[in-house]
Ligand binder design. Structure first.
Ligand code: ATP
Ligand code: MG
Length: 417
């Protein structure tokens, strides 16, 4: 039997990994600059953590979770998102407030695989727990835009909305019900279910048939309470200060029930409106809902896979470092033993070095050096050993010179370092 990878999962192979590493490195730098600290939570949690926080009527909980029983019959779920686990960890470990936390890693949702949509996908996210200042909302948005721009994306669209709170959402839901009641027969089956359970969810439907009606649906702007209105106005002001452009989309709600007040989504023209690169918002009730004291919070999650897709489609070339510094080619047993030691000493100088571990012909060693993208090749043979010299060849120019064996480490670190 041939075992294959599970549908919707991928192996990220060495030819692609530099891109991932580069993105993760820049993300960490920017997140740390913004004052966030990394947190790592388990890949699986007890199921109620997600079902209670994300909402029973959401697509994630209704049909996308990987839920299974462990050997003791406990219901566990592979994390479909990062916010609920972080809130759990924040409460369980009594982290100091405000807590500014970030994460990177894989998430799991049972979705139909397609470009930019996988069953195992990656997110980079940040949460500010314990701040009700709209400046925190703007900071979260700013950090996301900073990262996307730093990586070279240009065609970005930031959509912003006030998604309401427990005070004003009920009236708005009523208004949506009144509006969709007459259109119920034309909506998709999912939306018929959403209509009964949580009509807000209809606004997040991706089917073309429903989109038509969603575009004409009542806007939440007319239903927001004073506090929600004021928060939105303040967030807008802070974004103006940072010169971050946005468009208000009064029908933007997001696919998770815990969002209150601020909701936003960042899309790129290359991926289209159906495939947001990043999204987030406020969740001022979630911490209390999960058993903690009333604590305001705001966060964002960025889809790394979609980010990479957008970079590829925009033709952005990331400045990733390819290749190695030195390839050491050796001929003969004595030279190869000497070379083995030399490789180690060069590596100790923090250089990327590879050397032949078997006695291949010089030609095949040079071919390998080329394939590995070596900047320099060091050639060591019997004759060189006798003269206590080696040949250093610069691959880009083809220039060769002889250097003394006891000067090699020094010379190469100077050239490469
Ligand atoms: P969508 O509306 O595209 O299904 P979502 O609202 O379910 O997204 P969030 O839960 O807000 O997405 O997740 C934040 C980001 O994670 C998304 O904007 C997207 O970039 C990424 N993402 C979500 N689901 C997937 C997936 N199955 N595969 C790849 N990336 C994903
Ligand atoms: Mg989704």
């Amino acid at each position: 039997m041939k075992v294959r990878k599970v549908r919707g999962t991928r192996d990220i192979l060495p030819d692609k990994i530099r891109k991932w590493q580069y993105i993760e490195k820049i993300a960490r730098e920017i997140l740390e600059n913004f004052g966030f600290q990394e947190i790592r939570t388990p890949l699986f949690e007890e199921t109620p953590l997600f079902s209670r926080s994300i909402g029973e009527a959401t697509d994630i909980v209704a049909k996308e979770m990987y839920t299974f029983k462990d050997r003791k019959g406990r219901s566990l779920t592979l994390r479909p998102e990062g916010t609920a686990p972080i809130v759990r960890a924040y409460l369980e470990n009594r982290l100091p407030t405000p807590a500014k936390l970030y994460y990177l890693g894989p998430f799991y949702r049972y979705e139909r695989p397609q470009a930019g949509r996988y069953r195992e996908f990656y997110q980079i996210g940040a949460e500010t727990i314990g701040s009700d200042s709209p400046a925190s909302d703007a900071e979260i948005i700013s950090l996301t835009m900073t990262l996307l721009k730093k990586l070279g994306l240009k065609d970005l669209i930031l959509q912003l909305n006030g998604a309401g709170c427990r005070k004003c959402q009920p009236d708005y839901k009523e208004a949506l019900k009144n509006y969709f009641r007459k259109k119920l027969n034309s909506l998709c089956d999912d939306c018929k279910r959403r209509y009964r359970k949580n009509p807000l969810r209809i606004l997040d439907c991706k089917s073309k048939g429903c989109q038509k009606y969603i575009a004409q649906a009542p806007a939440i702007s007319n239903y927001l309470c004073e506090k929600c209105k004021a928060t939105l106005e303040e967030v807008k002001k802070y974004l103006d200060i940072l010169k971050i452009e946005y468009t208000i989309n009064p029908r933007l709600v997001r696919g998770l029930d815990y969002y209150t007040r601020t909701a936003f989504e960042i899309t790129s023209r290359e991926l289209g409106a159906q495939n947001a690169i990043a999204a987030g918002g406020r969740y001022d009730d979630l911490i209390e809902d999960l058993g903690g004291p009333s604590t305001p919070a705001v966060g964002v999650a960025l889809g790394t896979d979609r980010l990479i897709l957008a970079l590829e489609r925009e033709g952005v070339r990331l400045p990733v470092e390819e290749g190695i510094d030195v390839y050491l080619a050796s001929l003969g047993t004595r030279a190869s033993k000497k070379g083995f030691a030399l490789v180690q000493r060069l590596r100790e100088k923090n250089l990327k070095v590879e050397g032949s571990l078997s006695s291949k012909s010089l030609k095949s060693q040079l071919r390998l050096a080329n394939k590995l993208g070596a900047r320099y090749v060091l050639i060591l043979g019997e004759e060189e050993l006798t003269k206590k010299k080696a040949i250093l060849k610069e691959m880009a120019t083809g220039k060769q010179k002889k250097i003394l064996l006891n000067k090699i480490v020094e010379e190469i670190s100077r050239k490469v370092g």
